[in-house]
Design a binder for this molecule. Structure first.
Ligand SMILES: [Cu+2]
Length: 227
């Protein structure tokens, strides 16, 4: 009898926990984008690249059809706890890494400086309620933390010392967002069962979307056309 009760409890627990899952998929790039532009760095920053040419990063791909740096999110979703893990952006070789990231409102965005150079981190939000700020950061200086209150797509960070340095962080008022990897793959974790609009947005290539139904998870692939 005791073991029967235990078995029933176990079944109930498993059934109860199967109400959320991962939304996964892959984003492909169709067509050939314009070639990336060379970035003429100053000599001090150029030196950090061993003489290698540095270019813009408008279309990041794996060379096999996958498209990275797409922001993927459930439009209008609610909830998802704010992670106590920071979204980290490094400055390395006078570039922001990563170029594209996503965060939740009130989540810490931590900017590092791995360079032997002075940077000036300057987020320039355009949505009311998100604060612009402007902070100098010494060579290999202490990290700088930022948070934003409101949802804003592609909130721009720039550096006032190096006019070519940009990074874009998309801020969401829920926890269901991700950025695609170089091979185009993405994963949004812990999505409760239900119907959603899944949106993929690339800063240059634009936006595509699909209605999906999550039942312990869902899978959807997308194509973005090069502009
Ligand atoms: Cu800089």
């Amino acid at each position: 009898m005791k073991s029967l009760i235990l078995t029933l409890t176990t079944i109930a627990f498993v059934a109860g926990s199967a109400s959320a899952g991962d939304v996964t998929g892959k984003i492909s790039l169709k067509g050939t984008p314009a070639p990336e532009k060379d970035i003429p760095m100053d000599p001090a920053c150029g030196k950090l690249h061993d003489g290698k040419k540095v270019t813009t990063r408008f279309y990041v791909t794996d060379g096999a059809g996958g498209l990275g740096d797409c922001v993927v999110y459930l439009e209008g979703a609610k909830g998802g706890a704010v992670s106590d893990k920071a979204v980290v952006i490094d400055q390395k070789g006078c570039e922001y890494l990563p170029y594209i990231s996503s965060a939740q409102a009130k989540q810490t965005i931590r900017v590092l400086n791995s360079d032997p150079a002075l940077h000036n981190v300057h987020p320039t939000p355009s949505v009311d309620g998100n604060k612009e700020s402007n902070k100098a950061q010494l060579p290999k200086g202490a990290p700088l933390d930022f948070t934003f209150e409101k949802a804003e797509k592609f909130l721009r960070f720039k550096c006032d010392v190096h006019p070519w340095m940009f990074s874009y962080v998309s801020i969401f008022d829920h926890g269901f967002h991700a950025v695609s990897a170089k091979d185009g793959s993405f994963k949004i974790t812990g999505v409760p069962d239900g119907k959603y609009k899944l949106v993929v947005e690339h800063r240059k290539g634009g936006k595509v979307e699909k209605e999906i139904e999550v039942k312990g998870g869902a899978k959807a692939d997308f194509t973005i056309e090069a502009k």
